[in-house]
Design a protein around this ligand. Structure first.
Ligand code: ATP
Length: 470
């Protein structure tokens, strides 16, 4: 990894094969909200594999992370925001929304460190808080939100625009290549971006932070990671006015090594925490396939192709060159796949994720760049072509030092099974080391990973149908 001029961790273009990629922040063009795909939350996946348990059933089950006893009205939201919520197809809050919203909206404002499983509606909780805190009569930035990737920043913005549809909210991006070079002042009330560009725009006084009242970090553990975006994020915070900004941190994961920093970053915060074994949702069924070697992984992936296109699927690789190589090979063999990673330029990244989001592409081969936050309801299969790995000692070249990256694993598989939908993840293991790494993941998450025969596609299909239906 290298820091670019913005201070981002940008993977080196010709990264050595042994250098794993990490999620990266990059900037982009604005998403046209009117064009943004806004899935109705109540839509279910239409296919042979249609889910059988309805959202209403789950929201009535006290053990579900979607359960709540309250209505959105009881959460104390403004009428215009309620209209936005219902327009999006939401009927009832999820557990995190029900628990977090009253704390987030209370006066005087208090900081929040909120944890809840992937796909359980954290975005709505912080977006509604941002929109509730704004004085619409002032044309000044009042709510800042940071995310680790341009793709996620664009997605969050689409939620701000959808939820704020019946308010006069004005929004702006702080992402690379968005604002014209000579832009002198941002007057929008909500600004969503990535930390390097946000820092740059504040420093150059294009963004005046004097009226900022709320600062949100989505994927907060990633944003505060001292080996990654932590410095940049802290820089933004240090430029904000003291004692007037509510700090809101949300993630599905808060590993121990980030918790201390999070507590300092958001002092005296209200906390909503999960036990370690609660972090993954039960509606994602986890499998693994034993492959003989790297080449066999590719063959198995190709043999799965028909299953991959049943809904939509995301295939995660550790390196961008693996993602490119697989997608080139598969394309040459007549399969329709797309690849997305941090070496592609901003416009291309936007086009690829938009095509996938709108269902024009069914199979996306990618790296950790979109492991977090991306919400595409039709994704019912995630393949870990390579398991996510981390280097504990900072030497990415030494394979013996690589350990499973539990948090990234949790976020990757969380790209499926959104808001109670069924989903499947499949890990490819191909030697003793990868098998052991997977065992460590199994232990850490407390969820069983079931073996599937690589040469029995019928069984695979059967398992998949069962997992998506039961
Ligand atoms: N109360 C609700 N009713 C119905 N659908 C909802 C509700 N709240 C959120 N959703 C939908 O659930 C999906 C997941 O929400 P969201 O992306 O906020 O999850 P998340 O908790 O931020 O997940 P991650 O940890 O992966 O970022 C979205 O499609 C969102 O529109």
């Amino acid at each position: 990894m290298e820091k670019d001029a913005d201070g981002f961790y940008t993977p080196v273009p010709d990264a050595a094969p042994s250098e794993p990629e990490k999620p990266e922040a990059a900037e982009d063009k604005p998403a046209d909200a009117s064009e943004a795909t806004k899935e109705k939350a109540t839509d279910l996946i239409k296919s042979d594999y249609e889910v059988s348990v309805t959202l209403a059933d789950q929201q009535a089950d006290p053990n579900s992370p979607l359960y709540s006893v309250k209505t959105f009205e009881q959460l104390g939201l403004h009428q215009d925001l309620l209209k936005g919520i219902y327009d999006m197809g939401f009927t009832k809050p999820s557990k995190i929304q029900e628990r977090a919203m009253p704390l987030l909206l209370a006066n005087p404002p208090q900081n929040m460190i909120g944890q809840s499983q992937s796909g359980t509606g954290k975005t709505a909780a912080f977006v509604l808080t941002m929109l509730s805190r704004i004085d619409f009569s002032k044309n000044q930035p009042q709510a800042l939100c940071l995310a680790p990737s341009r793709e996620l920043a664009r997605q969050i913005m689409s939620v701000v625009v959808a939820m704020g549809k019946f308010t006069p909210v004005q929004t702006e991006y702080a992402i690379k290549d968005h604002l014209p070079r000579g832009a002198s002042k941002v007057t929008a009330q909500v600004i969503v971006g990535t930390p390097g560009t946000m820092t740059d725009l504040i420093r150059r006084r294009v963004i005046d932070v004097s009226a900022v009242k709320i600062f949100v970090l989505d994927e907060a553990d990633e944003m505060l990671n001292q080996d990654g975006l932590g410095d940049q994020t802290l820089r933004v915070k240090n430029m904000l006015p003291k004692n007037q900004v509510q700090i809101v941190l949300f993630s599905a994961t808060f590993p121990d090594n980030v918790r201390n920093f999070a507590n300092k970053f958001a002092p005296n915060a209200n906390k909503i925490e999960l036990q370690k074994t609660e972090v993954t949702v039960d509606n994602i069924r986890q499998f693994y396939m034993d492959c003989r070697d790297e080449e066999h992984k590719y063959e198995v992936l190709v043999s799965l192709y028909n299953l991959l296109v049943v809904g939509q699927s995301i295939i995660f690789c550790q390196h961008r060159h693996t993602a490119d190589r697989i997608s080139q090979r598969m394309t040459a063999e007549g399969h329709k796949v797309a690849s997305l990673h941090g070496a592609k330029d901003a416009a291309e990244r936007d086009a690829i994720i938009d095509n996938f989001r709108e269902g024009r592409e069914k199979v996306l081969i990618t790296t950790n760049v979109i492991a977090r936050g991306i919400d595409i309801l039709q994704v019912n299969l995630v393949v870990n072509y390579d398991l996510p790995l981390l280097n504990e000692h900072g030497d990415w070249k030494n394979k013996d030092d690589l350990v499973p990256d539990i948090e990234t694993y949790i976020h990757r598989i969380g790209r499926t099974g959104r808001f109670g939908r069924k989903g499947i993840s499949i890990n490819f293991v191909h030697d003793k080391r990868t098998w052991q790494q997977m065992e460590q993941i199994e232990k850490a998450t407390g969820k069983q990973i079931i073996r599937i025969e690589t040469n029995d596609l019928d069984e695979m299909e059967e398992q998949m149908k069962k997992a998506l239906k039961s």
